[in-house]
Write a protein that binds this ligand. Structure first.
Ligand code: SF4
Length: 364
């Protein structure tokens, strides 16, 4: 395979063959190609981003998510700005250069409050800011960009509009609105992150191929891919049955997630790709596995324990202990043991840099 800095053009048939492949020797070729394209394009650096999940209030009822509004057993919380800043200070001494401010989608999180928070973080730290607050109005997004927000994450979850709508049957937004918001973020100058889940009920292999095409069409700067993890407090999780091999249903396992990470790296070589928390939750070697198959970002949840135990998006998520000194030391040691370097900057996606150079050249 030619590992040049150009996109690899894989046909739908080739992608389908990889998605169905089970021979370990052949799969090693896919992993090696993805790793080599990663190294050639975005290098050996791994970017650390610390997530602060500052509120678990959410108005939406996404059928796969443990903090959806229908989960009445969950204790809801919202951190104060002082609590957020103090949590950020805790991890600033490690090699994190970005904070990801994450919450459910909740109108109670006011525009002015986020504006104030962004200003405080920018004046009190050197961190880049990624927002992940669900669907918001263009005017909110424009104001936050103007005061210093750098990136925004909004997963489209699946390119299959019908499937998306079926998982958001009550109090729903719309798939089209979500796609439009990704385009708005691009227009406003954000580094745009999105992504999908692998293996939720109803998802077929053709959907994954369409997801890969959609990554390119949307011109994304960051692409996150995680396995669907059934949550017992959700409608979808209660009735979940794992897919049988060779069925049309995409399995929600480590192998299929690895394949999608590798195929994403081959088809979108310049983007940032996190080795996701959900991958680390389903497999002890998931974090490392994602990094050796195309990934170049790690995003641990550094929310203080008292709050994090209630950010119950996945079962057992709260039992992961991301924000201890030991965790940071082990994470950095394991990254270095792979022959990789911890990045010393905020890790702007090469895709973002490249398209902005193109835009400014066109302006001249
Ligand atoms: S996925 Fe996001 S919007 Fe949907 S219920 Fe969970 S936190 Fe809310």
């Amino acid at each position: 395979m030619n590992n040049s800095k150009e996109n690899h053009t894989l046909t739908r048939t080739e992608i389908m063959t990889w998605l169905r492949e089970r021979d370990e020797k052949r799969l090693n070729v896919l992993w090696a190609n993805a790793d080599s394209v990663r190294k050639l394009n975005v290098g050996d650096e791994v970017h650390l981003r610390g997530i602060i999940a500052f509120s678990n209030h959410c108005n939406r009822t996404c059928q796969y998510c443990g903090i959806n509004a229908l989960n009445k057993d969950l204790i809801r919380y919202a951190m104060t700005q002082d609590e957020i800043i103090s949590a950020i200070r805790e991890f600033e001494s490690f090699e994190y250069h970005t904070v990801v401010l994450q919450s459910g989608e909740y109108p109670g999180i006011k525009r002015d409050w986020i504006t104030e928070l962004i200003k405080r973080i920018k004046s009190e730290t050197n961190l880049a800011i990624t927002l992940s607050l669900g669907e918001r109005s263009e005017s909110d997004l424009a104001e936050w960009k103007a005061v210093g927000a750098d990136r925004y994450l909004l997963k489209f979850e699946t390119s299959n509009e019908k499937l998306y709508e079926s998982l958001h049957s009550e109090n729903k937004g719309s798939w089209r609105k979500r796609i439009e918001m990704l385009q708005t973020l691009d227009k406003l100058g954000y580094e745009v992150g999105s992504g999908i889940m692998v293996g939720f009920p109803g998802q077929q292999f053709d959907d994954l191929i369409n997801d890969l095409e959609m990554f390119k069409e949307l011109n994304l700067d960051m692409i996150g891919i995680g396995p669907y993890i059934p949550h017992p407090a959700t409608k979808l999780g209660k009735d979940f049955k794992p897919a049988t091999v060779d069925a049309k249903q995409v399995p929600n396992n480590k192998l299929t997630t690895y394949k999608m990470i590798a195929l994403t790296r081959l088809t979108c070589p310049l983007v940032n790709i996190p080795s996701t928390t959900s991958l680390a939750i389903i497999a002890v070697d998931g974090r490392a596995g994602g990094l050796t198959r195309g990934g170049n970002v790690v995003m641990p949840d550094l929310t203080p324990e008292t709050f994090r135990r209630h950010y119950d998006i996945y079962p057992s998520y709260h039992r992961e202990h991301f924000n201890t000194d030991n965790y940071h030391h082990e994470l950095m040691a394991s990254i270095r043991s792979m022959g990789r370097r911890i990045s010393s900057d905020s890790g702007v996606s090469l895709k973002f840099k490249t398209r902005n150079i193109k835009i400014s050249n066109n302006d001249n």
